[in-house]
Ligand binder design. Structure first.
Ligand SMILES: Cc1ncc(COP(=O)(O)O)c(C=O)c1O
Length: 470
């Protein structure tokens, strides 16, 4: 009989030790790369090892190299942690090991994801017919949505990109804010449009696309082809809900109105910011969101679902399917009227990553999700106020969960970031905002509370003061 219990109970024991230790654990890796190679490396194993021993060795070997991003005092990037229900469901997703590409390959996974898709559409307040794909992250959500956009704007120009490719196709222009996320550029590279297809649109001091600049560019910018009117050229506009540095939102309602007057497709990258739509208090930040054509977001960020969990949503299921779908004789498709997710995903076989999203939504409910978003926003505010009260400069308007902090000059700011990371109370990274180095604080963990903020702010101030006197 297979010993499942040995390795699984070892994993369970190790998991509990890790999770229960998080609140007081030093927030940062403790081992050097060399030490990790030492602990985990060695020659290729030739013979077998007992699975329990493998799990013990692995858990011990990685421990000091883990970045405890599930801690309430982790403010790096926009990572988020994992709620108990989503984490437990993620384990079961692995246990069940379903291939979620086809209904026939897992009726259970297909139905769970279908239900979850409808819940997400309702949570975000999007059109009821919106189609959904569960992808690895916002990078692939941006890619998938822009593939649908590419299909549709070229179809309207009489070109079938799925069949004929891009050679000889009418050029597509992509208008995107100068402060767009870099994954938009990478998605355009993957799609064969290239980064030179982007017409960067001026932004304001918070990184929001300026609607007047967009209108001007749509009217005037002929792109790289000549002799054609700016109107009715295949055009995609990429807006952003939640700038990765400031958290600021593009004026989406205005952007949709202007872009749609030019028959452009509007895509919204809302990797974390789209979750503001769930909070009654913050929803005005995404005003007009339901008028866009596609959206990208992550469950692994603010919904606090384990990695990898991105979501693509498309107001127009037809182009979404046209860009993604695939048929093969040996598959079981089109027989039961149920959704085959490979029609909406760039992957073929894939993990049933909608299951942990289902569990997260079921456990929290709409109100619980809104509470996390609101609390993170309040905690970001608290961090900013705490620092400002000590004469530290906060560079951005704290509208969501992002705080950009500057300590005098670039060199000191970078040094404070590194020293805080080494100090261990909390962890955040640095960035450059409008030419100035900044500490970038992102509050997106479901456990973060006032005590985490006050301890972290005190640690930041202590590090800064020590630097100032040394
Ligand atoms: C605005 C924005 N778009 C896209 C991404 C990429 O998301 P992911 O890392 O899930 O692919 C991020 C994340 O870091 C982001 O903040």
């Amino acid at each position: 009989m297979v010993d499942w219990e040995g390795p699984l109970s070892k994993a369970y024991e190790r998991a509990l030790t890790y999770l229960e230790g998080l609140p007081e654990r030093e927030v940062g890796p403790r081992a050097t790369a060399e030490e990790l190679h030492q602990a985990l490396g060695g020659p290729l194993p030739i013979g077998p090892t007992d699975p329990r021993e493998v799990i013990e060795h692995l858990a011990k070997g990685v421990d000091d190299g883990l970045l405890p991003s599930g801690s309430g005092r982790f403010f790096g990037f926009v990572f988020g942690g994992a709620t108990p229900a989503s984490l437990a469901a993620d384990w079961l997703t692995t246990v069940w090991d379903q291939n979620a590409g086809l209904y026939a390959a897992s009726p259970a996974a297909a139905v769970v994801e279908d239900v979850t898709a409808r819940w997400l559409v309702e949570l975000f307040g999007l059109p009821a017919s919106t189609s959904v794909g569960f992808v690895t992250g916002a990078q692939m959500a941006n890619f998938t949505a822009l593939a649908a956009a590419r299909h549709e704007v070229l179809r309207r120009a009489g070109w079938d990109v799925e069949q004929d490719g891009l050679i000889g196709a009418p050029p597509i222009r992509v208008l995107a804010g100068a402060e767009r996320h870099d994954t938009i550029d990478r998605a355009l590279r993957f799609l064969g449009l290239g980064t030179n297809s982007i017409v960067p649109i001026a932004v304001d001091d918070q990184g929001r696309m300026r609607a007047d600049a967009l209108a001007e560019a749509l009217d005037a910018n002929p792109g790289r082809t000549t002799g054609r009117s700016g109107i009715n050229r295949p055009t995609i506009v990429c807006a952003q809900a939640g700038n990765v540095n400031t958290g600021a939102f593009d004026p989406i309602a205005e952007i949709c109105e202007i872009a749609h007057a030019h028959q452009a497709w509007v895509h919204v990258d809302g990797a974390f910011g789209l979750w503001a739509a769930v909070s009654p208090g913050l929803r005005q930040l995404v005003d007009g969101i339901d008028r866009a054509d596609s959206w990208a977001t992550d469950a692994h960020k603010w919904l606090n679902v384990p990695y990898d969990s991105g979501i693509v949503l498309c107001a127009h299921p037809e182009p979404h399917r046209a860009a993604m779908s695939i048929r093969a004789a040996y598959l079981i498709q089109d027989e039961n009227g149920e959704r085959d997710s490979l029609d909406y995903n760039p992957e073929f076989s894939r993990r049933a990553r909608g299951i942990p999203v289902y569990a997260a939504i079921r456990a929290l409910g709409r109100d619980g999700i809104a509470e996390i978003v609101d609390r993170c926003q309040a905690m970001a505010d608290r961090f900013a106020q705490n620092l400002r009260a000590n004469d530290i400069e906060v560079l951005n308007d704290v509208v969501l969960n992002q705080v950009l902090v500057r300590f005098g000059d670039d060199a000191v700011t970078r040094r404070v970031v590194t020293d805080v990371q080494n100090e261990g109370t909390c962890w955040m990274s640095g960035t450059t905002w409008q030419g100035k180095a900044a500490m970038r604080i992102s509050v997106s963990n479901w456990t973060t509370g006032p005590d985490d903020i006050d301890r972290s702010a005190a640690a930041v101030l202590k590090v800064f003061r020590q630097l100032s006197i040394s």
